[in-house]
Design a protein around this ligand. Structure first.
Ligand code: PLP
Ligand code: COI
Length: 356
C-alpha cells in the first residue's frame, strides 16, 4: 500500500563489540529513513537509504528559527528473537500534535508505522542483546526551505535514525539526585512546552549545567508563571507517592504528554491504586516530606523508563526520599513495564507491536 524504496548499504559498519558500553545515542545503524515534503506535492519519496550526512542550504529555515520536532521510542529484542515496539501509534499521534503546534504538515500515521517497521527490520541485527539495552528510535522533522523570512516553511524532511543504546542514566535504576529550579523556566502555558521541539531542550541547558555543577543529574521545573507548581524533569514526567495517592502533574499545556506517563497511570489504575493527575505545588511536596507522607518520587520516560529520585533539593532543603533507595511502587512499575516491552509477559493492554 505504501511505496517505500530501499537502497541497502554496500559497506555495512562494524557493530559495537562491547554491548555493556553502548551509552545513549552515540552509535547509529547502517540505514535511515527519509521522506520529503514540498508544498503542492505533499509528503513524498519515502526511502530507506544508507546512514550518512545530509546536505542542505545554510539558509535552511530550521537552522535559524527552530522549526524542528522529534520523537523518541525504542525497539526491544525479546528472548525468542522477536522485535517489538511499545505503543508507537502514541508517538505518531504526539508527532502530529507537535506538527500542529509548529505549523508543520502532518504525515499519514499508517505510513509512519509501516516505514518504521521496515527500517527496524532491515537493521534488526543492530538491536543489542545486553540487559536493559535496546534500539533507540529518533524520528524527526526539519524545515529545509532556504529562506530568511519568518514563516512556516514550504519544504521539510522527515527522517528516522536508529541508535543501539544502553540505559539513559549510567546509574541505571539507582536513584538520581534532582534539584528544583527556581530561577530559570522551561516553558509557559500557551508556549511550546507541550510539543517535542528542539527549543524546549535548548531552553533547559543552562539550568542543567548549573545543576551538574552542584552534582545533581537533572532539574525539576516549576511552572513559569507562579514558580510554584511542579511541571516535569528534563526528559521525564514526574510522579510523587503521597500517602496512598500517586500524583503526577496534570497536562497543563506546558509539559510533554509522556507515553510512559500515560502507561504508568493506566497500570496503577489497573492495580486499583489511587493515581491522580492534578496541580501539585512544591510546597505540598515539602509538607508531605516533613510529615513523613512522601514515600517515593520517580520520573518516567522512554529513555529513562522509571527513574527513582533519591534526593530532591529545594532551596536549602535537601529531601532524602525512601532512604535514597528505590521504592516498591517504582520497582513494580519498572519490572512490569520492562517485562511488557521485552515481550516477557502477557500484553493485556495491547501495547506491543511486533515488528518481525
Ligand atoms: N518530558 C520530556 C521533556 C521529555 O523529553 C520526555 C521524553 O520523551 C518525557 C517527558 C517522557 O515522555 P515519554 O514517556 O513519551 O518518553
Ligand atoms: C526520550 O525519552 O525519548 C527522550 O526524548 C529523551 C531525550 C530528550 C534524550
Amino acid at each position: 500500500m505504501y511505496e517505500i524504496k530501499v537502497e541497502r548499504t554496500a559497506a555495512p559498519k562494524a557493530k559495537p563489540a562491547d554491548e555493556s558500553k553502548l551509552g545513549f545515542g552515540t552509535i547509529f545503524t547502517d540505514h535511515m529513513l527519509v521522506i520529503n515534503y514540498d508544498k503542492g506535492q505533499g509528503w513524498h519519496s519515502a526511502r530507506i537509504i544508507p546512514y550518512g550526512p545530509i546536505s542542505m542550504e545554510p539558509s535552511a529555515m530550521c537552522l535559524h528559527y527552530g522549526q524542528t520536532i522529534f520523537e523518541g521510542l525504542k525497539a526491544y529484542r525479546g528472548d525468542d528473537g522477536s522485535v517489538y515496539l511499545f505503543r508507537p501509534q502514541e508517538n505518531f499521534k504526539r508527532l502530529g500534535a507537535s506538527c500542529e503546534r509548529l505549523c508543520i504538515p502532518k504525515l499519514d500515521e499508517g505510513l509512519l508505522l509501516e516505514s518504521l517497521r521496515q527500517l527496524v527490520e532491515i537493521d534488526r541485527d543492530w538491536i543489542p542483546k545486553a540487559k536493559d539495552s535496546s534500539l533507540y528510535i529518533r524520528p524527526f522533522i526539519i524545515a529545509t526551505e532556504p529562506k530568511l523570512g519568518v514563516k512556516p516553511a514550504d519544504n521539510y524532511l522527515y527522517m528516522v535514525l536508529l541508535s543501539p543504546s544502553g540505559p539513559y542514566y549510567p546509574t541505571g535504576l539507582d536513584p538520581v539526585k534532582i534539584y528544583v529550579e527556581k530561577n530559570y523556566v522551561r516553558a509557559v502555558r500557551g508556549g511550546i512546552g507541550m510539543a517535542k521541539t528542539g527549543g524546549n531542550y535548548a531552553a533547559s541547558l543552562k539550568a542543567q549545567d548549573e545543576a551538574h555543577e552542584q552534582d545533581y543529574s537533572q532539574v525539576l521545573w516549576l511552572d513559569g508563571v507562579e514558580r510554584k507548581y511542579i511541571e516535569e524533569v528534563g526528559a521525564m514526567n514526574m510522579f510523587f507517592v503521597l500517602g496512598d495517592e500517586v500524583v503526577t502533574p496534570a497536562l497543563s499545556g506546558s509539559i510533554l504528554s509522556g507515553i510512559t506517563r500515560k502507561s504508568v497511570l493506566e497500570l496503577l489504575r489497573s492495580w486499583g491504586m489511587n493515581a491522580t493527575e492534578r496541580r501539585l505545588s512544591i510546597d505540598e511536596v515539602v509538607e508531605a516530606y516533613k510529615n513523613g507522607k512522601l514515600s517515593e518520587a520517580f520520573g518516567t520516560g522512554t529513555a529513562a523508563v522509571i527513574s527513582p529520585v533519591g534526593e530532591l533539593k529545594y532551596d536549602e532543603l535537601v529531601m532524602t526520599i525512601g532512604g535514597g533507595k528505590i521504592g516498591p511502587i517504582s520497582q513494580k512499575l519498572y519490572d512490569t513495564l520492562t517485562s511488557l516491552q521485552w515481550g516477557r509477559s502477557e500484553d493485556p493492554f495491547g501495547w506491543r507491536v511486533k515488528v518481525c
